[in-house]
Design a protein around this ligand. Structure first.
Ligand code: IPM
Ligand code: MN
Length: 356
């Protein structure tokens, strides 16, 4: 199979983790006789430095001309403490998600049995957890208008806006996952306070009744859901939620896995899909060979399976990652003082794929 992949390393640790994922994909290509053509493009702070824009048209063109997109991370501290910055790296990510129509972000969470001690939670709480967060990605308070300041500049506002159609299309994705898994969707919202949440409840409840009677649906307020995620994560199968709640809850889910550096994600929508680790650009770790490449490598596995239908190849990557983790071939976020850096972990996993 020949596929063209847009590769967007981005900022901070992005380039380091992406090069490990590419190393592993090259091992897949060699072992299973595929050809992956990589087309590199800028996004985030690095794109602002080069072009003034966080998601330049040329990068969008590269994405549109490719079969799928592999993305690293975005964010640079030089913009974080500067509220006056005209453009921010994060705008590039949001623009990219919107421009590529990526309305559903899938974040699977399933801790490795051999890594239960890496979680600050008790083993008995974490063991056996296996759920997927389906986060709406192109609506809500991230994109709603109006937003900004009043004329005097002493009042700021953001708008949370959702249409029934935006809710329906991402809910379909969540119900679809539930059908292939354990048949349960938990809608997380704040329907006791927010009008948008009440619309979510109305739309999703009606869909369950009319189109997905085989799926069990329950609804949880987000504050309660956050508590349940760390006290009883096994209760979840598919979590369906809006953009901001999904952002927050998926970071919380990193606690269950032991490191956010292990969690991949896939974003789907109207056209080509995008794959990225859920962690950020970790600027303090950039260039130190300490970033965990596994989340990005597992994101590449999701690409092979979900975008290209290469199930066996994806499985080979997943078992190589699991092998690395069980043998302690891990970066220091998981095994402090392990002696393995980003590059060595990537090389080990690629080697296991070659042997698969
Ligand atoms: C994520 C990130 C982004 C988000 C930031 C970098 C804009 O935190 O992908 O979860 O909030 O969506
Ligand atoms: Mn986030």
């Amino acid at each position: 199979m020949k596929k063209t992949i847009a590769v967007l390393p981005g900022d901070g640790i992005g380039p380091e983790i992406i090069s490990q994922a590419v190393k592993v994909m090259d091992a897949v290509a060699e072992r299973y006789s595929h050809e992956f053509v990589y087309r590199y493009a800028d996004v985030g702070a690095v794109a602002i430095d080069h072009t003034g824009e966080p998601y330049p048209d040329s990068t969008h063109k590269t994405c549109m001309e490719s079969d799928s997109v592999l993305f690293g991370a975005i964010g640079d501290p030089k913009y974080d403490n500067n509220p006056a910055a005209r453009v921010r790296p994060e705008q590039g990510l949001l623009k990219m998600r919107k421009a590529l129509g990526l309305f559903a972000n899938i974040r699977p969470v399933k801790p490795y049995d051999t890594l239960l001690d890496a979680s600050p939670l008790k083993n008995g709480i974490v063991a056996g957890s296996d759920f997927v967060v389906v986060r709406e990605l192109t609506g809500g308070i991230y994109f709603g208008e109006p937003r900004g300041r009043n004329e005097a500049g002493d009042k700021a506002f953001d708008s949370c806006v959702y249409s029934a159609e935006e809710i329906r299309r991402v809910a379909e994705v969540a119900f679809g996952y539930a059908r292939r898994r354990r048949g349960k969707v938990t809608l997380v919202d704040k329907a006791n306070v927010l009008a948008t949440s009440r619309l979510w409840r109305e739309v999703v409840t009606a869909m369950q009744k009319e189109e997905y009677p085989d799926i069990a649906l329950d609804c949880l307020f987000v504050d309660n859901a956050a508590m349940k995620m760390v006290s009883d994560p096994k209760a979840f199968d598919v979590i369906l939620t809006e953009n901001m709640f999904g952002d927050i809850l998926s970071d919380v889910s990193g606690v269950i896995n032991g490191s956010i550096g292990l969690l991949p994600s896939a974003s789907f929508g109207s056209g080509r899909s995008l794959f990225e680790p859920i962690h950020g650009s970790f600027p303090q770790g950039a260039g130190k060979d300490i970033a965990n490449p596994v989340a990005t490598i597992l994101s590449a596995a999701m690409m092979l399976e979900d975008a290209f239908g290469l199930k066996q190849e994806a499985e080979a990557i997943r078992s190589a990652c699991s092998d690395a983790v069980s043998r302690g071939v891990c970066t220091p976020d998981i095994v402090p003082g392990s002696g393995y850096g980003t590059n060595a972990v990537g090389t080990y996993i690629a080697g296991k794929v070659t042997e698969s």
